[in-house]
Design a protein around this ligand. Sequence first.
Ligand code: MD3
Ligand code: FE
Length: 230
Amino acid sequence: MTRDLFETFFDAVPSCLPIAPGAVLLRGFASAQSQALMTCVDQITAQAALRHLQTPGGRAMSVAMSNCGRWGWTSDAWGYRYVQQDPLTGKAWPAMPAIWLELAAQAAATAGYPGFEPDACLINQYLPSAQMSLHQDRDEKDFAQPIVSVSLGLPVVFLFGGPKRSDKPQRLRLAHGDVLVWGGPARLAFHGVMPLADGEHAQLGRRRINLTFRRASAHPPPETSPAAPG
Ligand code: MD3
Ligand code: FE
């Protein structure tokens, strides 16, 4: 009984938990903004539809994806990469909403990574049974920049391992509003997501949305070469 009360109280207080060297979990950091965040998800995915990308091996991913920002992550028979145009439409990805940029920068700063300026946000939609197998995020140009991830909707069991695929992963439950920041020694950690259990979320229904903010291009950007003399 006392424990229930304690947990009710504790769950309501935003907390900053170190979960591995360089990695910080900010429980509920995005909860208060979840309606505004989802309004933006709807606007972005109306322009750049959620789609099941093909792996380079030719299998459809169970997670449906889209992007906003200058760069968007994509995958096809030729590999994984960032592109400036949505391959479905040929148009630039929708702009990154200002409230998303602010949230990502504030979360990164809270975790000890000031000055985060993401230029890519991958939107992942999980329906029941969708999953993501263990992988590293290494298609970005500067591993000194952290990654910020925001979880919305149904809870999921997240797996995080070490720098080697064979490192035994730890399990972490991620719920609506939780924000994770991965930098320093955690930046290249293997990670994945267990199959989503069915359920009903009051705001999002039968799904989970994850926003992953990255700096895809070099940071600071390379100097433009000076004009040749003469
Ligand atoms: C640890 N997404 O899109 S977010 C991905 O829940 C991805 O949709 C998962 O992994 C999801 O690439 C996990 C948490 C996360 C994101 C990036 C990381 C953890 C990370 C990068 C390095 C280490
Ligand atoms: Fe990842």
